[in-house]
Design a protein. Structure first.
Length: 97
C-alpha cells in the first residue's frame, strides 16, 4: 500500500452545502473502501486548504479513480501528493547519485 495526502478545497457549491461535509466524508470513506483504498484520517483545517485527507491505496490507479470520483461531484477540488515513510525513502536514497 502507498500513502497519499490529499489537499482539499471546497468549491462554491461545496461551501453552500458545507453543513453536509461530515456526511460527504462518510460517503468518501465508503467509496474508498469499494476501490480498495483506506481513508486513514480526515482533518478539517484552517488556512489555504479546507480539508486534508490521508489515504492508503494499493496503486496509483485506485487513488486516481478515488480522486476523480469525488471530484466529479462538484463539492471539492483536490491536490493529491504521494507520501513516503522513512522506510520507503531509504531504498530511494540508495539510488540517488
Amino acid at each position: 500500500m502507498s500513502t497519499y495526502v490529499t489537499l482539499i478545497n471546497f468549491t462554491d457549491h461545496g461551501v453552500r452545502q458545507v453543513k453536509n461535509t461530515a456526511n460527504r466524508a462518510s460517503a468518501y470513506k465508503e467509496l474508498a473502501t469499494k476501490l480498495g483504498c483506506t481513508v486513514k484520517e480526515i482533518y478539517w483545517t484552517q488556512g489555504q486548504y479546507d480539508v486534508v485527507s490521508i489515504v492508503d491505496a494499493p496503486d496509483e490507479t485506485s487513488m486516481t479513480a478515488l480522486a476523480m470520483s469525488i471530484g466529479k461531484l462538484g463539492y471539492i477540488r483536490t491536490q493529491t501528493l504521494r507520501a513516503f515513510s522513512a522506510a520507503e525513502l531509504a531504498p530511494i536514497m540508495d539510488k540517488v547519485v
